[in-house]
Write a protein that binds this ligand. Structure first.
Ligand SMILES: [Zn+2]
Length: 298
């Protein structure tokens, strides 16, 4: 197996069961997770669920076969208004949660307590081509089960997802096992493949949180599937990256009426914009905003 100096703390591994027509993914994250929750003061339940959503979005973006990005948003009528993680094919991700009822959210732990009745909306945006969206109800006990259901409904491929989130360790992790889409297997083959998938899902189901947080991929796969032939692909680094920038803020300001900009400048001496995701504040002064004002003023 290949060696690489890739960061061991934030890494995605993909693997294949050579004799089984089944593939798998394993993601283990800490720094990217910490960057997402840092400074936001989220309640415990929100931190944990956002971590699960981060791990799940990594597993999902790993299935992208083109350049592009995926946004997974949870929306509901619970104390958390929405929660969203966005990632691209280079595994650069960011995430946010909007808590609307802090006191209730402080006591909430389960998916249902946090999000209430709602949906998971998955938007896939290829760099070239049309975006498309899939929606599943958040009607399962856990986020992992909602994701498994999404794969089965949207892709119609038997898939099982496991998610782990630990506040003390500040680590999150996830695993996915999926039947490979099939071309022209006989029914007998298909039944066998289905059995294989079930068997491997049962093995994966024995992962313990302390194992997925402490073992490296090779050791973990050996622990789970030592009787199987498993090919591990090159690991991929996962990192936190917010897409905000001066330019994006300016193009948002360009949407504001010129006299409105003048009014804010007169009152505050600048226009400040703070990114919801990373909390970076961008300040723009008269000089930088001149073109927007003069454009609209007559
Ligand atoms: Zn940002």
């Amino acid at each position: 197996m290949s060696t690489t100096d890739i960061s061991k703390t934030d890494v995605l591994n993909r693997y294949l069961f050579n004799d089984r027509h089944v593939r798998g993914e394993l993601v283990q994250l800490s720094q990217s997770y910490q960057s997402i929750i840092n400074n936001h003061n989220y309640p415990l339940g929100v931190r944990l669920l956002l971590g699960e959503l981060l791990a799940a979005t990594c597993l999902l973006t790993a299935t992208l076969k083109f350049e592009g990005e995926i946004t997974v948003q949870l929306q509901g009528d619970g104390p958390v208004g929405y929660m969203s993680v966005n990632g691209d094919n280079n595994q650069k991700l960011r995430g946010i949660a909007k808590v609307v009822e802090v006191e209730t959210a402080n006591k909430a732990h389960s998916l249902k307590e946090l999000m209430g009745k709602g949906n998971m909306i998955i938007t896939v945006k290829p760099e070239k081509g049309e975006a498309y969206q899939g929606v599943v109800a958040l009607d399962q006990p856990t986020l992992a089960q909602c994701f498994s259901q999404y794969f089965e409904i949207s892709a119609q491929i038997p898939t099982q997802v496991w998610l782990f989130s630990d506040d003390e360790k500040q680590q999150v992790a996830g695993s996915l096992v999926q039947l490979l889409p099939d071309g022209d297997g006989s029914n007998e083959n298909k039944a066998q493949q289905q059995d294989d998938f079930q068997h491997l899902a049962q093995l994966t189901n024995t992962i313990k949180a302390d194992e997925i947080f402490s073992l490296e991929a090779e050791a973990l796969l050996y622990r789970l599937y030592h009787q199987e032939k498993v090919s591990l692909f090159e690991p991929q680094a996962v990192s936190y990256q917010c897409g905000c920038s001066n330019e994006k803020c300016l193009s948002a300001i360009a949407q504001i009426e010129g006299d409105e900009i003048e009014k804010i400048l007169a009152e505050q001496g600048k226009i400040s914009m703070t990114c919801d995701y990373c909390l970076t504040t961008y300040d723009f002064f008269n000089e930088q905003l001149k073109s927007f004002i003069s454009k609209d003023s007559h």
